[in-house]
Design a protein around this ligand. Structure first.
Ligand code: AMP
Ligand code: ZN
Length: 113
């Protein structure tokens, strides 16, 4: 039994505002956006966090980062954007299915990292 929220969104069992999909990646708008564009880029393979990555599953991450420029262009982020991964509870990860926040559409500043 898979109780993962993002697996259910990928499967279409929970509705989302999809912006991109290919055979390995699903991307949809964050329900609580922090900027005019805030998309969650998620591999279809269930990997709990960046801390679970290894040689066997890291292709899921490259698939996400190959999708990101396509999504950014479609969202009009020609001046730049930020990609964020929260890994683990202490970093604020609330959904334990690895995902990348693609954020843009406003001046983001230099001070998150
Ligand atoms: P994180 O805190 O890095 O784990 O990010 C999880 C993100 O998922 C948060 O930014 C939430 O706003 C977002 N989120 C939670 N539930 C949903 C949902 N049903 N649809 C879209 N985004 C969601
Ligand atoms: Zn999952």
């Amino acid at each position: 039994m898979n109780d993962c929220l993002f697996c259910k969104i990928i499967a279409g069992e929970i509705p989302s505002s999809k912006v991109y999909e290919d055979d390995k990646v699903f991307a949809f708008r964050d329900i609580n956006p922090q900027a005019p564009v805030h998309v969650l880029v998620v591999p279809k393979e269930h990997i709990a966090s960046a801390n679970e990555l290894n040689d066997a599953n890291a292709g899921a991450v490259s698939a996400c980062f190959t999708a990101i420029p396509k999504i950014a262009e479609a969202e009009g982020l020609k001046d730049g954007y930020r990609v964020i991964n929260n890994c683990g509870a202490a970093a604020g990860q609330t959904v334990m299915h690895i995902h990348f926040h693609l954020i843009g559409g406003r001046e983001l500043g230099e001070h998150i990292v």
